[in-house]
Write a protein that binds this ligand. Sequence first.
Ligand code: AHR
Length: 502
Amino acid sequence: ATPSITVFPTRKVSKINRNIYSGFTEHMGRCIYGGIYDPLNSNRDLVDSEGFRKDVIDALKPLDIPVFRYPGGNFCATYHWLDGIGPRDQRPSRPDLAWDNVETNQFGTDEFMAWCRAVNAEPYLCLNFGTGTLDEAMAWVEYCNGTKDTYYANLRRKHGHPEPYNVKYWALGNEMWGPWQVNQMTQEAYAERALQWAKALKLLDPTIQLVLCGKEGATTWDYYTLKHCLQPAGLSDLGEERVPLIDMHSIHLYTASDDHYENVTAPLAAERSIEVCASLIDLAMVENKIPPTQKRPTICFDEWNVWLPTRAVGSQGAEETYTLSDALAVAVWLNVLVRQSKDVGMACIAQSVNVISPLMTTEKGIIRQTTWWPYELFCRFMKGHQVAVHLECESYTGPTRPDWVRALKATPWLDVSAALDDEGWVSVCVVNIHAEHDLKTTLKGLQASKAEVYTVTGANLRVTNMAGKEEVGLQKSDWDLSKTSTFVFPRSSITMLRWKSS
Ligand code: AHR
């Protein structure tokens, strides 16, 4: 049967938090050094007076990326933020145990804040739960946000930053369950520590938002840590209502396969993780008798992407070369985040420059990888509210990875999400995962005479943009709806249709 897509622009399903298009910059490989900070580049035109890559800022800024997470990742389990502030020639070099590197600390908190200002984004800092102490964590919050006459707030002022940075988002560690983590913890040890740290940090600055370290969303670690740490806000000794301690629950997942269909259906595992995790949040709230008036924590999917570590081995820190198949997988990932926007308060593509990234730098300039294009399209257009879509389409029935994806989630050949922005533009993203067939599809619910069409595709699934020419780019065209209501979605393509609702 001919597939059909019916869009209901007036049926808003959930608000899309723009923070789902956030980024991640870790001290790993060439993400910071040589990526966003490159003061020794011989081409002086590429670098600004602060040593930042101008071409990277010029590429990222128009995307209006709301938040960047920093400084890791695994890196933060041995990171001491005090090493990275003050005069550069006095900053110590330290062993980086996460990525077997030497960290020179030439780029630290003040540089990251300046870079966030340059790209017009908010910072999100991850605390050291490995070798770090609560004292050190509180000092970092005070350094960034303190307004009083106190030691670390004054240290920031002394370094030339009189105004507080007002860092809102703070993570209570990263992947503390992982055997690769310095000071890996049991769920019990982590949850108790996170709860105590959260209490102290919120006493210091009740305006911050704290992110609990979850796992993949549908695990006993997620269940236990949520159950232990989501608590009724209660009253202070002075009788004031306290703010909740935990605002978000972080989960991570990377998907990838050299098999195209496994690659493009794997992000649906993330959709299932979000669904289960949202239920675990509800369960913890019920079990802990948290009143429904208290703000319900959202999911912070602060590491997601297509990444096959075995494929990137030997590169300078996970420098993946992305194919057209990977671009389709990233578009499915983004569709998932939009479809699940009711529960996702933030998501960070991991990462933003050079390391498993859509954007690469060379000595001479930048390369937009295949995966850049879906990311750009979503950042530009998929905002406002998610709206209802009804899809009728046959499904792919072959193997998936994880193998349960097909059993739990249908995997139609077309993967779809839709949004209505505040200016009345409807955007529909359709990914045709079929490697061989263009899919002629009936479109219903488009109350407009013409639509803008943005297409991302390429000669075959293996093409990349890293071999010196752009094999996958973005084509724009118009669709005259007075002539036909059927649209042909090319095989292996991402299409974004946009029209102004009447
Ligand atoms: O993004 C790369 C790494 O993947 C991060 O440092 C870590 O948190 C995850 O395992």
